[in-house]
Design a binder for this molecule. Sequence first.
Ligand SMILES: C[S@@+](CC[C@H](N)C(=O)[O-])C[C@H]1O[C@@H](n2cnc3c(N)ncnc32)[C@H](O)[C@@H]1O
Length: 286
Amino acid sequence: MAHEKKLREYGLPWPEYQLLDAGDGKKLERWGQIITIRPEIQADFKPGWSYAQWHNMAHWEFEEQSSTQGRWLNIRPHAPEHWLITYGNLTFGLKLTKFKHLGLFPEQQANWRFIKNQVSAGQKILNLFAYTGAASLVARNKGAEVVHVDSVRQLITWANENRERSALSDIKWVHEDALKFAQRELKRGKQYDGIIMDPPAWGLGAKGEKWKLENHLSGLIEAAYGLMSPGAFLIVNTYSPKVEIADLASTAGQYFSAHQLEIKQLWMPTKTGKELYCGNLLRAIK
Ligand SMILES: C[S@@+](CC[C@H](N)C(=O)[O-])C[C@H]1O[C@@H](n2cnc3c(N)ncnc32)[C@H](O)[C@@H]1O
């Protein structure tokens, strides 16, 4: 995927996480003391190190058994199945899930940086598709009032455990379909100073209703625009092959003028000098 460098925004490594290498459809990552090998469809290039070198370093490798599930193969005996890592003064619990995910999307570091610089105490922040709460905790850590929405109750529990580990308080947890919640907040005349959304390519609402991002993107951005107070920020992250960067620009362009909008790709550098594409990124200031 050849894209102009100026379109790229980088999720950067931090002391407890690094994308070590990637290639041949896989990626090698360090999470604190634990090193994993996971499938990565965007790694359509040759890795910097050999597979044998990867295996000498790794503790766990995820083996796909279907397009959505698989199992973790233990490479280094006695390696933990769940452990903690930090991001600044925040602490996150990681664990091996049957979906290859571990509990953090490290490329989001690019948005955590933005949120940290943008948010101030007392502001109202809405985090939709909020998963284990990294962005919610970064905003709460700046003193913001945070509403955290996800359709999976176990993930809200996981996010609440991360809040406790990070000695933070008072996040409003909402177990609901993100669009339905946003539209109801609109009817209530609610306003937010920042809206964060990181929808998957497809998902299940809180009542199991299947949805595809390409069918809901416009409704999500329309609702977000209505909920934004003057000067508020919006972050939309997408990794759907059905939502191209041009789709993101044209949809957002219906609500925001060009000078209010920033459309980029999210990339991560590897220790071996490669660059991995991680999705598209929209930021807007109202
Ligand atoms: C890609 S993850 C988000 C990652 C998150 N932004 C982060 O960096 O930690 C997508 C999340 O959306 C949630 N989700 C999927 N469909 C949803 C829906 N209709 N309403 C609310 N949340 C939904 C999933 O449970 C998952 O936690």
